[in-house]
Design a binder for this molecule. Structure first.
Ligand SMILES: NC(=O)C1=CN([C@@H]2O[C@H](COP(=O)(O)OP(=O)(O)OC[C@H]3O[C@@H](n4cnc5c(N)ncnc54)[C@H](O)[C@@H]3O)[C@@H](O)[C@H]2O)C=CC1
Ligand SMILES: CC(=O)C(=O)O
Length: 333
């Protein structure tokens, strides 16, 4: 507060703290970045946000628009612009900058363009916030998380991809519709690639202690009389469908990211399907990031759950790893 009137109004006892804790920087202030900002603020996960984008006018417009809603939020501090220095001392950085899919375009085709962008932005972000956790969202998210990990020099547990937290939410929503119970009460998991080669763990879907495979041993298989496998197909096509209708996806990924950050900041030890360095897990023998159920807390990812997969599920996961690794190997880094 600098005005003369303010100094007449208030008697100063000490310097106010310049920044609050739990600063989250969001890189890329497009449709996904702004959905992350809105959900973080409205779900009260943090009130301290830095928005970075090469489009200075867009960032300033978004900041003003959000700040005009301050009265309905919890005392937000929102800064931003083009200058990476604004992100200093972030506790967590969400990277959403980059190109997105055109209608019908697979995520993996974005790899080289967005890898070049990661190379340009990650070193400075880490320089200004060496203790931050990186949460990568830019697609193809598994490959981009690997690239960010390599470039950042950060330990693996602090570089995480949003991965199949979103796909698993889509899976639970679709299952919930077929079963007539809440998505929060259907414990179902999608692992592997966030994309066309994701893997549904049909052997481990649980509602109120009942494993659905015990009722329908063929659930999710080709010979399943109830054709539950179609639900996984719908999960895989979900983004394509939404992109066909509105040009992009943003609200579900914003909610997914806000949920991940909440579970990190609250040191929750929650288990979420996130993209992590998977080499050595489930027979994967290449250096790839893909999603597995992980324990998340204030340190980042501290454990990977040793999920009991069937031989078939393990085979699909290895195929998923091979598909990601192929794209990764062709990158010019
Ligand atoms: N992992 C996931 O589940 C999901 C990932 N995505 C991905 O998120 C990314 C962003 O998607 P949208 O927000 O829809 O795209 P968008 O085009 O609306 O926004 C991208 C933003 O990045 C900015 N940008 C470009 N280069 C930059 C740089 N060097 N520094 C800072 N900002 C820069 C652009 O100016 C733009 O504002 C895409 O790669 C998309 O595929 C989208 C939905 C879900
Ligand atoms: C675009 C994207 O990756 C998604 O909505 O799943």
């Amino acid at each position: 507060m600098t005005s003369k009137l303010a100094s007449c109004l208030l008697s100063k006892l000490s310097e106010p703290q310049a920044t609050a804790l739990n600063k989250v920087t969001i890189v890329g202030c497009g449709d996904v970045g702004i959905a992350c900002a809105v959900t973080l603020l409205t779900q009260r996960v943090t009130h301290n946000i830095c928005l970075l984008d090469v489009d200075e006018a867009k960032v300033q417009g978004e900041i003003s628009d959000l700040l005009h809603g301050s009265k309905f939020l919890e005392y937000p501090t929102i800064v931003g612009g083009r200058d990476v220095a604004l992100s200093i001392n972030s506790r967590l950085i969400i990277v959403t900058a980059g190109v997105r899919q055109k209608e019908g375009e697979p995520r993996l085709e974005l790899a080289q363009r967005n890898a070049d962008l990661m190379k340009a932005i990650i070193p400075d972000l880490v320089k200004f916030s060496p203790n931050a956790i990186l949460l990568i969202v830019t697609n193809p998210v598994d490959v981009m998380t690997f690239v960010a990990w390599k470039i950042s020099g950060l330990p693996r547990h602090k570089v995480i991809g949003s991965g199949t937290n979103l796909d698993s939410s889509r899976f639970r929503f679709l299952l919930s519709q077929k079963l007539g119970v809440s998505p929060k009460s259907v414990h179902g998991w999608i692992i592997g690639e966030h994309g066309d080669q994701s893997v549904a763990i049909w052997s481990g879907i649980n509602v109120g202690s009942v494993n659905l495979k015990d009722i329908n041993p063929d659930i999710g298989q080709n010979n399943d009389p109830e054709k539950f496998g179609k639900i996984h197909e719908q999960v895989v096509s979900a983004a394509y469908e939404v992109i066909k209708l509105k040009g992009y996806t943003n609200w579900a990924i914003g909610l997914s990211c806000s949920d991940i950050v909440k579970k990190i900041f609250s040191n929750s030890n929650a288990v979420l399907p996130l993209s992590v360095l998977a080499e050595g897990q489930q027979g994967i023998d290449v250096e790839v990031y893909l999603s597995l159920p992980c324990v998340v807390n204030a340190s980042g990812v501290t454990h990977i759950v040793k999920t009991m997969l069937t031989v078939e599920e393990k085979g699909k996961l290895k195929k998923s790893a091979a598909s990601i690794f192929k794209v990764q190997s062709e990158l010019k880094l």
